[in-house]
Design a protein around this ligand. Structure first.
Ligand code: BV8
Length: 244
C-alpha cells in the first residue's frame, strides 16, 4: 500500500471509475468468483472463450441465453451503487469516465452516460460474417440467421471472451493517464488488462481508492481501501466527493 496520504490533500478534477461483478451482486447477479464461482456448473473461463464457442456453440449460446434471461427478470434492477455513480457523473464539474467489466446493463439503466463496456454487453450480438451488431433480448442459437447478410448460424454474443481484446482500450488508457482519482468497485483483480488499470493510474499521478467486500489481488496498489457492500459504501463515497 503506497504511503498513507489522504484524498483530501489532493486536487481532483478528472475521475475514472472501474467496476466489476461485485457492484451488481447487490442487484442479485452472481459474481464470478463467489462461493462456487460457477455459472450453472460451468467455470466462466471454460465457456467464455472463442475455442469453447467453436467446439460447442450450443453450450456457449445456452450459457449466455440463461444469463440474458436472468438479467431481463423484473427483480433485477440497478442498486444504490449504480444510481450513486450516475449522480456523481451528473454533478461532477471535471472529467468523468466509468469503465465496467460487467456485461449487464445496470449502469445504463441507472443513467450512466460516459460509460465503456470493456468486456461487451449481454444484450448485444454480432454476426461473425458481416460484423453487423444489434440489440438482443431473446435467446439466440445456431438456428438463427443474420438479419443483415442472411448468413446462417453466424450470430454470437457481443462479449469479449478470454483471449480476445477488450473494447476501447486506447480511450481507457488516455483517461487513466489524465485522471487525478481512480476508483475501483467490486472487482477481484483477477482479470487483465482491467486489473492493471490501477498501476497505470497511480504511475500517472492519480490517487487510487478500492471499494470492495474484501481486499482484491491488487489491493496493494491502492492508497485507500473501503471495505463493505457497494450498495452501502458507494453512495457514502460519492457523497464525500460531491461535498468537496
Ligand atoms: C486479453 C465477459 C489479450 C465474459 C470477461 C495469466 C496471467 C495474467 C493474465 C492472463 C493470463 N492468462 C491469460 C491472461 C489474460 C486474461 C486473464 O486476465 N485471465 C485471468 C483469468 C488470469 N485476459 C484476457 O484474456 C483478456 N484479453 O488479455 O487479450 C490480447 C492481446 C492482443 C490481441 C488479442 C488479445 C480478456 C478478458 C475478458 C474476459 N471476459 N467477461 C462473461 O462475462 O461471460 S471477464 C469476467 O471477469 C467478467 O467481465 C468479470 O467482470 C471479470 C472480472 O471479474 P470481477 O468483475 O472482478 O468479478 P469477481 O467475481 O472475480 O470479483 C467480484 C469482486 O466483488 C470480489 O472481489 C468480491 O469480494 C467483490 N464483491 C462481491 N460482492 C460485493 C463485492 N464488492 C462490493 N459489494 C458487494 N456486494
Amino acid at each position: 500500500m503506497p504511503k498513507h496520504e489522504k484524498m483530501h490533500n489532493r486536487v481532483i478534477r478528472n475521475i475514472v471509475v472501474l467496476t466489476g461483478a461485485g457492484i451488481s451482486a447487490d442487484s442479485g447477479i452472481q459474481t464470478f468468483r463467489g462461493a462456487d464461482g460457477l455459472w450453472c456448473g460451468h467455470r466462466v473461463q471454460d465457456v467464455a472463450t472463442p475455442e469453447a464457442f467453436r467446439a460447442d456453440p450450443h453450450l456457449v449460446h445456452e450459457f449466455y441465453n440463461m444469463r440474458r434471461k436472468q438479467l431481463l427478470e423484473p427483480a433485477i434492477r440497478p442498486n444504490s451503487a449504480h444510481v450513486a455513480l450516475a449522480d456523481l457523473e451528473r454533478n461532477w464539474p471535471g472529467e468523468y469516465l466509468l469503465v465496467t467489466q460487467n456485461i449487464d446493463d445496470l449502469h445504463d439503466r441507472a443513467g450512466s452516460k460516459n460509460l465503456i463496456h470493456m468486456h461487451g454487453e449481454l444484450l448485444r450480438i454480432f454476426c461473425t460474417k458481416c460484423g453487423q451488431k444489434s440489440d438482443c433480448r431473446t435467446d439466440i442459437g445456431t438456428q438463427h440467421s443474420c438479419e443483415n447478410c442472411a448468413a446462417p448460424a453466424t450470430l454470437r454474443p457481443d462479449i469479449v471472451w478470454f483471449g480476445e481484446m477488450p473494447y476501447r482500450m486506447d480511450d481507457i488508457y488516455d483517461a487513466l493517464s489524465a485522471c487525478d482519482l481512480f476508483v475501483s468497485i467490486g472487482t477481484s483483480g483477477n482479470v487483465y488488462p482491467a486489473a492493471g488499470f490501477v498501476s497505470h493510474a497511480v504511475m500517472s499521478g492519480a490517487y487510487a481508492v478500492e471499494l470492495n467486500l474484501e481486499p482484491s489481488l491488487t489491493s496493494g496498489a491502492f492508497h485507500e481501501h473501503i471495505a463493505g457492500r457497494a450498495a452501502e459504501t458507494v453512495p457514502a463515497f460519492v457523497k464525500t466527493l460531491l461535498e468537496r
